[in-house]
Ligand binder design. Structure first.
Ligand code: CAA
Length: 290
C-alpha cells in the first residue's frame, strides 16, 4: 500500500502485548507490511497465535475471506531484533507504560532510523514532549493512542507534542484513517482528552463504592443503563486493569499538579492485594468461574 498523504508502506510496531498486537493486526488487515518487535520470544509467539485466532474468527464471521486472512498473515513479520524495524516508515511504540522504558526505546529508534520516519507512541498518559526529548528529532515524535480492544474500537487520539511538526500530524491522521480508524487530535496535557475525562469518572465510581453509595454492580447498572455505556465504570476498570487505572490517576495528579486526581484508596488497596481485574481473574468483580 502506498498513499501520497501518509506516504507509508511499512509499519513497525514495538511491543507485542494486547495493544501492540492489536495495532499490528489492524495495520496488516489494512494492507500495510507490518513488523512486530518484542524482546520476549514467548510474547511474540503469543501475539502470532492471537492474530491467527482473531483472523480465523473474522473469516468465520464473514468479515473477511480466507484469502484476505491469509494475505493479512503474509503481511505480518514477527521479530526479536530491533534492527529488523530499520525498513519501517513509521515505528509505533506500544511497550509498558513506564517513562524510562519508553525513553530507552525511543533512543534506540532514534539511533537506528536515520531518515524521515515517523516515531509514534501509543502511550495513554505519558507526556509526548517528554518521550520526544529522548530523541534528537522531537518534531517527528507524536502520540497515536489506540483503544482496547484495538480491532473493535474506532478511535485514534492523535497527540501533538510541543515540537511535533504539523506535516507529521497530517500524515499520522491519514495513516489512522487508512487503518480504518477515526483520528481526532488533542494536545499534550496529562491524560490527553480520553484519560483526563474517563479515569476521574472511574475513580469516582470507586469512591461511590467505598462510601457505600451503592454496591459495585448497582453503580455499574446505573451508569450502563442511565448513560448508555457499553460497560459500567467498575467493569471497565477491570477490563483496562486496576493497576493501569491507578497509574494513570497518579500521572494526572503529577502532570496537572493537583492531588484531587490521586487514586481512590479502595482502588489502591485492590491493586496492592493483586486484584488487577480481568488479567488476574479478579478485580472489582470475580471472573474465576467464567
Ligand atoms: N480483541 C478483538 N476483538 C474483541 C476483543 C478483543 N480483545 N474483545 C471483544 N472483541 C470483539 C468480539 O470478538 C466481538 O466480535 P464478534 O462479532 O466476532 O463476536 C465484538 O468485539 C463484540 O464483543 P462481544 O459481543 O463479546 O461483547 P460486547 O458487544 O459487549 O462488546 C466490547 C465488547 C467491544 C469490549 C464492549 O463492551 C465495549 O465497547 N466496552 C468498552 C470498551 C472501552 O471503553 N474501551 C476503551 C478502554 S480505555 C483505553 O483503551 C484507553 C486507555 O488509555 C486506558
Amino acid at each position: 500500500m502506498h498513499n501520497t498523504t501518509h506516504n507509508i508502506t511499512n509499519v513497525g510496531v514495538i511491543g507485542s502485548g494486547q495493544m501492540g498486537g492489536g495495532i499490528a493486526q489492524v495495520a496488516a488487515t489494512a494492507g500495510f507490511n507490518t513488523t512486530v518487535f518484542d524482546t520476549s520470544p514467548d510474547a511474540i509467539a503469543r501475539c502470532q497465535a492471537t492474530h491467527a485466532k482473531l483472523l480465523a474468527r473474522a473469516v468465520e464471521k464473514e468479515r473477511m475471506t480466507t484469502d484476505q486472512a491469509e494475505a493479512t498473515k503474509a503481511r505480518l513479520t514477527y521479530v526479536t531484533d530491533l534492527d529488523q524495524l530499520a525498513g519501517s516508515d513509521i515505528a509505533i511504540e506500544a511497550v509498558v507504560e513506564d517513562a524510562a522504558v519508553k525513553a530507552k526505546v525511543f533512543r534506540g529508534l532514534d539511533d537506528m532510523l536515520k531518515g524521515d520516519q515517523v516515531l509514534a507512541t501509543n502511550t495513554s498518559s505519558i507526556s509526548i514532549t517528554e518521550i520526544a526529548s529522548a530523541t534528537k528529532r522531537p518534531e517527528r515524535v507524536i502520540g497515536m493512542h489506540f483503544f482496547y480492544p484495538v480491532p473493535v474500537m474506532k478511535l485514534v487520539e492523535v497527540i501533538n507534542g510541543l515540537a511535533t511538526d504539523k506535516a507529521i500530524t497530517a500524515r499520522v491522521i491519514s495513516l489512522a484513517e487508512a487503518m480504518g480508524k477515526t483520528a481526532v487530535p488533542a494536545n499534550d496535557r496529562a491524560g490527553f482528552v480520553s484519560n483526563r475525562v474517563l479515569m476521574p469518572m472511574i475513580n469516582e465510581a470507586f469512591y461511590a463504592w467505598m462510601e457505600g453509595v451503592a454496591q459495585p454492580e448497582h453503580i455499574d447498572a446505573i451508569m450502563k443503563l442511565g448513560c448508555n455505556f457499553p460497560m459500567g465504570p467498575l467493569r471497565l476498570a477491570d477490563f483496562i486493569g486496576l493497576d493501569t487505572c491507578a497509574h494513570i490517576m497518579d500521572v494526572l495528579a503529577e502532570g496537572l499538579c493537583n492531588e484531587r486526581y490521586r487514586p481512590c484508596p479502595l482502588l489502591r488497596q485492590l491493586v496492592v492485594a493483586g486484584r488487577l481485574g480481568n488479567k488476574t481473574a479478579h478485580g472489582v468483580f470475580d471472573y474465576s468461574a467464567s
